[in-house]
Ligand binder design. Structure first.
Ligand code: ZN
Length: 147
């Protein structure tokens, strides 16, 4: 009686398994770091709700609502006091930074400059704290959909 060969399951090469383990570990470390950034710097809980987003429409809604909440929470100062008399300005309440590139000018123009900073629009470097919460929300939505 001939011996029937059974197909062996495809083996994952050990080096690929190493990479997959490393990627999984790095993703976990990135999540922990983002969460710590938000926990440490969002002292007023302005970014609440990023864990509950189940799809990208909810994330878009969350982004706009939270950006408005952050702008409302900002300590807005007269522009002359911040080095640019054209508009009132404020330091970002999350990352405590101001617009880069203009010497002697502090903070972001309110509301539009601060909104661009929070949302990363029009070539503005996005607020690292806002971006951390947003990316946790995006990763959660991807997991929720099973992608
Ligand atoms: Zn910021």
């Amino acid at each position: 009686m001939p011996i029937k060969k059974t197909a062996l399951p495809p083996r994952t090469p050990p080096i690929r398994r190493d990479f997959e383990d490393e990627i999984r570990r790095l993703k976990n470390d990135l999540f922990v770091t983002r969460q710590a950034l938000v926990d440490l710097l969002d002292t007023q809980d302005l970014l609440s709700g990023y864990f509950g987003c189940k799809d990208f429409d909810q994330i878009d809604k969350w982004r706009l609502e939270r950006a408005s909440a952050v702008i409302e929470a900002a300590w807005v100062r007269p522009g002359a006091e911040m080095g640019d008399p054209r508009w009132p300005r404020a330091i970002c309440p999350l990352c405590r930074q101001g617009a880069q590139g203009t010497r002697d000018v502090q903070g972001y123009a309110v509301p539009e400059g601060l909104r661009r900073h929070l949302l990363g629009e029009l070539n503005s470097r996005q607020c690292a704290v806002f971006a951390a919460a947003e990316q946790i929300a995006r990763d959660g939505a991807v997991r929720h959909r099973g992608w």
